[in-house]
Ligand binder design. Structure first.
Ligand code: ZN
Ligand code: ZN
Length: 277
């Protein structure tokens, strides 16, 4: 099982690996740069090497990078779309240098242009990025809760984008239990949900799953993460998700509102649930 939390790399990659080891994880997710955008830090090759060595020694799986929230390939504003494209390309080169294969990106918000127009812009942008994507990397489109004018809150929309990009090997999907709940997918019926993934997306496209409880109920269209057991999903549903065979190939990342100790407890809980399946 590959599991970890979203951690900061502000003190370097090696520090993030050490933090994850203390939490009991064997992977983690980090922001490529400040979540509100801004300049990325210089890559520190000595730090990357040290982190690699430590990860190898501790049987780490693939790491996950997450793009800043400000990227919006569907923006009404041309300059926002252009900025998103340029920084997305830059992030992909940077994660390649770091040996990280996945970059999770929010699909975007259409800002009133309508969903079809928004999806068209997303596909146009992605096609341009995919032309230059390093072979070792993959963009993972994240399924959203559907707040405001957010796109990508249905499996069908995600599938439409994959198809529109000719199922480019540089494109995959990341799902989030909190976002899925907001968007109306009832994970308590995990068997039904699995069938939907199989029929609409295909399991091979799902690379990462954000394990978050949801503060708001089914179909709320709200995206507010909760600690496990403090939201609408609850521990029974968590158990269904993490103990399912189909999920074994998927990297699990916690983005719950926790400190390091809280993450350590949730990782231990998930490992226990998996053991007792
Ligand atoms: Zn996200
Ligand atoms: Zn979220």
């Amino acid at each position: 099982m590959q599991i970890g939390a979203h951690v900061s790399i502000s003190k370097g990659l090696t520090h993030a690996v050490e933090t994850t080891i203390k939490m009991g994880g064997n992977t983690f997710q980090f922001f490529t740069r400040n979540p509100r955008g801004g300049k990325a830090r210089e890559l520190d090759t000595a730090d990357i090497k040290k982190a690699d060595h430590l990860m190898e020694k501790n049987n780490f799986g693939k790491l996950i990078a997450h793009a800043p929230y400000v990227y919006n390939l569907a923006s009404v504003k041309e300059n926002v779309r252009r900025f998103s494209l340029l920084t997305l390309k830059d992030d992909l080169i940077r994660i390649k240098e770091m040996g990280v294969p996945y970059l999770v990106v929010h699909v975007g918000s259409h800002g009133g242009q309508g969903e079809e127009k928004g999806l068209e812009l997303v596909m146009e942008g992605l096609k341009s990025v995919l032309k230059e994507i390093p072979e070792e990397t993959q963009i993972l489109l994240e399924g959203m809760a559907g707040q405001g004018t957010e796109l990508g809150y249905t499996l069908e929309q995600l599938a439409q984008i994959l198809q529109g990009c000719d199922y480019h090997p540089g494109l995959g999907v990341c799902l989030d239990s909190c976002h899925l709940t907001g968007a109306g997918y009832d994970l308590a019926d995990f068997t039904k949900f699995k069938e939907q993934i199989e029929q609409i997306l295909g399991w091979d496209k799902l690379k990462v799953f954000h394990l978050n409880d949801s503060l708001f109920p089914l179909n709320s269209r709200r995206d507010r993460h909760a600690k496990w057991g403090e939201g609408y999903l609850g521990l029974e549903t968590l158990k269904k998700i993490v103990s399912d065979k189909a999920m074994e190939q998927v990297v699990l990342i916690l983005e719950t509102p926790n400190d390091d100790l809280g993450y350590a407890q949730e990782i231990a809980l998930v490992r226990e649930m998996k053991k007792r399946q």
